[in-house]
Design a protein around this ligand. Structure first.
Ligand code: A2P
Length: 417
């Protein structure tokens, strides 16, 4: 007997433009290129997305985790999504009982691999998508684009030598009596004033917090950022970064609109005997500074875990926090610096420095209490993972199972840009 043709309904994956901070993480994470963006919005291609969920845990704001039941034939196109300022309401006429919704392959699957449309398995997630077991519970999205909090600039200092091209600032923001609880490894969004060429307000720009949870100044309701003035685009053409220039030019007493906090996985363990292996370049040092300073404060209360840091910069004059860093006692933090442009010396990257210290890195890798953090230039991610692999294998550790364990146990955190 012929029944009525089934209505094809799609659980369409959408990104909330009001919460999205345009950090590009989802687009980079998606194994099948289902996510794209224009100057306005990040959007999902309905005909490509297979609901594998790989993009959901890494999204710092949760903007990615939005779904609408639509008739398949009426799925929102990417051109429509590019124009949105907010998500459409749930269309109840296209919201049949759940069992009528066409299942999406892989939807709800939290495995760390997914299949492309050609059936090729790809490793979608290179780092942990969950925090260390002992990390404190973070607050996220307390303030949004629609309802930001106003912070006051209480400090703005250049960190890099005046003689260098790199203009990196340490900026301290105070929240007065407004609650702004943060953890080391989290970030905030800054809303630069003014508007884009086509008259739209600027989207928030994301910055890692460089101070510990109890304040840049202990006991104060403030935090710090490490901001590099952007003067070039990715192609190397002269271009002034909207938000970095705004921030670097701020004066004491100026007000800044802030949203966030963001981030619920790149967090430090709270158990005091845990070891931190930190690898960073340039302003990627912000979360490492936050974690190191928290441990320094906690050490006075008996934290015993080891801290090992690999930090790369062009020269020592361009390394943010060089002075304070080299003054930290060796029995508190084991620091190796890697300079790539010191005159008369060969180019040296963090991954080269890690290889030179292979025996010590391997000892950290062997210890189930070690938590690894990588933050900085996108390009370093491959190099650092390759160095970890080589070091593990040269020291009798099988990298693939170790890598899986590190990811599963919230012990490998990557944040590159
Ligand atoms: P380079 O001299 O090759 O640019 P920046 O100052 O641009 O933020 O960079 C910080 C440091 O990271 C610099 O020493 C830079 O070296 C280095 N770097 C650049 N690419 C990589 C990479 N693929 N892996 C590791 N370090 C890198």
């Amino acid at each position: 007997m012929n029944g009525p043709a089934p209505i094809a309904v799609l659980r369409q994956h959408l990104i909330d433009p009001e919460i999205c901070i345009r950090c590009n993480t989802c687009e980079e994470t998606c194994p099948i290129d289902a996510i794209t963006h224009d100057s306005n919005n990040y959007v999902v291609k309905a005909d490509v997305c297979n609901g594998c969920m790989a993009c959901v845990p890494p999204c710092p704001t949760g903007a990615i985790d939005n779904w609408r039941n639509v008739l398949k034939a009426d799925a929102y196109s990417i051109d429509e999504q590019f124009t949105w300022d907010e998500l459409p309401a749930q269309n109840t006429t296209a919201s049949p009982a759940l069992d009528e919704v066409a299942p999406q392959p892989g939807a709800g699957d939290t495995e760390e691999s997914a299949e492309t449309s050609e059936g090729i398995e790809v490793d979608t997630v290179r780092g942990s998508t969950l925090p260390p077991w002992s990390s404190a519970r973070p607050y996220v999205n307390l303030y949004t684009h629609k309802d930001p909090v106003s912070a006051t600039v209480v400090g703005n200092y250049r960190l890099t030598d005046e003689s260098t091209e790199s203009d990196i600032h340490h900026i301290v923001l105070d929240f007065g009596t407004m609650p702004f609880p943060v953890l080391e490894g989290q970030s905030i969004g800054v809303l630069p004033p003014g508007s884009t060429k086509d008259g739209k307000t600027h989207h928030a720009r994301q910055y890692s917090i460089a101070s510990p949870r109890d304040g840049e100044r202990k006991g104060y309701n403030n935090l710090s950022l490490t901001v590099k003035r952007v003067t070039q685009d990715y192609q190397g053409n002269a271009a002034d970064g909207v938000c970095s220039n705004y921030l670097c030019d701020l004066k004491k007493g100026d007000k800044v609109d802030v949203i966030g906090p963001f981030g619920s996985t790149f967090l430090m363990p709270n158990h005091p005997n845990s070891h931190l292996l930190m690898i960073c370049t340039g302003t990627g040092s912000a979360p490492m500074r936050a974690m190191t300073e928290y441990r320094r404060r906690r050490r006075l209360k008996g934290a015993t875990g080891k801290l090992m840091l690999f930090f790369g910069a062009r020269t020592k004059e361009e390394l943010p926090y060089f002075g304070p860093l080299v003054n930290l006692p060796r029995d508190f933090i084991d620091t190796t610096l890697a300079f790539s442009r010191t005159v008369g010396q060969p180019k040296r990257y963090v991954q080269d420095a890690m290889r030179e210290r292979a025996a010590d890195v391997a000892q950290m890798l062997r210890d189930a209490n070690t938590y690894i953090y990588v933050c900085g230039l996108k390009g370093m991610e491959d190099g650092v993972l390759q160095a970890l692999r080589d070091i593990a294998e040269q020291n009798g550790l099988e990298w693939e199972p170790l890598w899986k364990t590190l990811k599963r146990e919230g012990r490998l955190h990557l944040e590159t840009y």
